[in-house]
Design a protein around this ligand. Structure first.
Ligand code: NAI
Length: 626
């Protein structure tokens, strides 16, 4: 059926991102006032507020444009081809017979763009410029119907095209073709500009040419138009992420706060990508209510708020940002080590109380002191490097085998580290077994006069035991950023015995909370999600088998997520063999209950192959990328 559709494409702000006359004014170095007037007239004409012939004549009068500049104008226009048309070059070239460009712009500059897109110069219907004796444009050939009001409708009618006609354009004159009855479809094209009066009367709004091809049942450059992918971002996710999805052409909705279960089930019905932070609870019930959800982005570090098992069962990939705030935590830890060793917390309190106590007593530099890092992961290792650059002697203890960075020394036991460190900083992960790993016994083992920091998880340190060591003066000071019980919201009261001690720094779990970290989280998680949409890549996924994939080239990519049971790869390959599909590359990885198979195949295959794969038992998700 789609082969019966003929397409009528507009040129300015449709095939190219710009208006020819505005670009011409720029090249002719028109003064700012004339350029502004040209822009205004264009808007009025495009929105149906000024008759076309008058708009054209007035703009040409303002434009003092010499014919010698035409090659330059044509070259610039070729650089301005609208991305979704450029992307669909093969479609345009192989269907050039049923595509016409009907424009009030000028043949001499339109034709090179049209040919570059693989379309036929014979299918360009445009105005022809006229020049005065000095070679300046002084008008257009007035016998050409495109120079008249409603000229486009006349030209399309005269073409006498059989079958259905779809008009694609951003302006009122494009809509008039449809209104005149010669075309059956009109797509208001909004990739470059949104003209409200045109959108208001349009039958359909198309943010890209991909959308039009999809709507018309054609096989374009993309398997699925990106504007149909709805991205829902909750909890004030950073603007960097919003911009990343918009750049991809996705439809993005944002919500400032989190949503409860009922609100979520309503909003998620048609969502493909969900972005949350720590407050939104993604339960199995919510997940079951979704139909199109492909992936979830946790724009934070932790993923406790997400039922990962339920995501796995439904084939929904989850991504987070495990490293984005590493540096922020390290900087705070370093600052706190310095402040504690100088006795600054006590001095601050005295100053606040109006007491001047200028003395060097027990104020130390950190240079040459021993820092013991418990947990040599992302944060521990970075702290090691930066502390060393301040002249500290670093040792670390980790239950996993970790390569020592710089001159750092590995301890074979926690005791060895505690016995020898002037500052002890904990950076272990939140696994259950770590609860209370630093208690009375461990604090008692620390060197007298040492300082202690916990910026990892609240449950790893016994704060009552720490309190006793600090109050007695055996330990010099402490910095605590994480607590066994933390208020759920800002403004909620927080009380803890440590508040009574002068030699502690208490902070409200803000180790990783910086502008830079938030920005990096926005960039990192949206990047992983965009890669996942575009290539199927699952690098850094929290729950999916990790596959790092380059975009497919001259191939269609079949992405199959299934329950990790024996025989599924064999079933996929059987289906491929039955349909004679040519495999160009195949990757399989499993993790827990999820199996992930990516198969790149030659572009010639029947749609029934896809149906056969989709119906393989234990399939959780199946999508095709091209
Ligand atoms: P990571 O997973 O990269 O490193 C943790 C390291 O601790 C691993 O090398 C692991 O083998 C080791 N480890 C686990 N249990 C241990 C034990 N009992 N004894 C010795 N080593 C042990 O984690 P990353 O990214 O370095 O984060 C560290 C901690 O910091 C995490 O608990 C994280 O939740 C917390 N964090 C806190 C923030 C804050 O705002 N205060 C911000 C970011 C992270």
């Amino acid at each position: 059926m789609s082969a019966d559709i003929h397409y009528i494409l507009d040129f300015d702000s449709t095939l190219v991102r710009v208006e020819t006359l505005e670009l011409a004014a720029e090249l002719a170095a028109c003064d700012a006032d004339s350029r502004e007037r040209i822009r205004n007239i264009t808007s009025q004409a495009m929105e149906g507020r000024m008759k076309f012939r008058r708009a054209l004549t007035e703009r040409l009068r303002l434009l003092h444009f010499h014919r010698d500049l035409l090659p330059q104008l044509a070259a610039r226009l070729q650089l301005e081809i609208t991305p979704s048309f450029a992307r669909n070059h093969s479609f345009l070239a192989s269907n050039a017979g049923r595509i016409h460009v009907v424009t009030s712009s000028f043949r001499t500059v339109v034709t090179p763009v049209v040919e570059r897109l693989g379309l036929s110069a014979g299918h360009v219907h445009a105005n022809s410029l006229t020049f005065d004796d000095a070679g300046y444009i002084n008008g257009v050939d007035l016998s050409n119907p495109l120079s008249t009001d409603d000229g486009k409708s006349k030209v399309v009618a005269a073409l006498g095209l059989p079958g259905e006609i779809a008009v694609v354009g951003d302006g009122w004159s494009d809509y008039e073709i449809f209104r005149s009855g010669v075309a059956q479809r009109f797509y208001a094209f909004t990739e470059n500009v949104r003209r409200k009066p045109v959108i208001d009367v349009a039958q359909k709004i198309a943010p890209s040419f991909d959308e039009i091809l999809h709507d018309c049942g054609e096989r374009g450059a993309l398997s699925y138009p990106k504007n149909r992918l709805k991205v829902l971002l909750l909890e004030n996710i950073h603007a960097e992420a919003v911009a990343a999805f918009e750049r991809e052409g996705c439809s993005v909705e944002t919500v400032a706060g989190s949503l409860d279960e009922t609100q979520l089930t309503q909003r998620l019905a048609d969502t493909a990508i969900l972005g949350i932070r720590s407050k939104t609870q993604l339960t199995e019930r919510v997940l079951r209510s979704t139909k199109r959800l492909l992936a979830v982005g946790a724009f934070c570090i932790g993923t406790n708020q997400i039922d990962l098992e339920a995501c796995g069962k439904m084939g929904v990939a989850v991504f987070n940002a495990p490293f984005s705030n590493t540096r922020s935590v390290v900087e705070l830890a370093l600052a706190e080590i310095i402040l504690l060793m100088r006795g600054i917390p006590e001095k601050l309190r005295l100053m606040d109380a109006g007491v001047w106590d200028k003395s060097a007593k027990s104020a130390s530099e950190v240079r040459g002191k021993r820092l013991g890092i418990i947990g040599y992961g992302n944060i521990g290792m970075q702290l090691s490097v930066l502390a060393e650059s301040l002249g500290m002697e670093v040792s670390y203890y980790d239950i996993a085998e970790k390569l020592a960075l710089g001159r750092a020394r590995k301890c074979t036991s926690l005791e060895e580290l505690l016995d020898n460190s002037d500052a002890v900083s904990v950076h272990v992960d939140g696994r259950r077994e770590n609860a209370g790993m630093l208690g009375a016994r461990e604090f008692a083992r620390m060197k007298p006069g040492a300082v202690f920091l916990n910026l990892s998880r609240g449950h790893v340190a016994d704060l009552d035991a720490l309190y006793q060591q600090l109050e007695s003066g055996r330990l010099r000071g402490a910095a605590v950023d994480v607590f066994p019980r933390e208020p759920r919201a800002n403004g909620e009261a927080f009380e803890h015995p440590l508040q009574r001690l002068p030699n502690v720094l208490l902070t409200p779990h803000i180790g990783g909370s910086t502008i830079e970290a938030q920005q990096d989280i926005g960039r990192f998680v949206s990047g992983r999600l965009v890669d996942f949409i575009n290539t199927g890549s699952t690098e850094n996924s929290v729950n999916f088998p990790e596959l790092r994939l380059a975009p497919q080239v001259d191939a269609h990519r079949l992405i199959h997520v299934h329950e990790n049971l024996p025989g599924i790869l064999a079933s996929i390959n059987q289906a491929l063999a039955d349909h004679g599909a040519n495999i160009l590359g195949q990757y399989l990885k499993t993790r827990g209950n999820i199996g992930y198979v990516i198969t790149d195949i030659n572009r010639d295959y029947s749609d029934s192959l896809l149906e056969d794969i989709r119906h393989i038992p234990h399939t959780l998700r199946f999508r095709v990328l091209y």
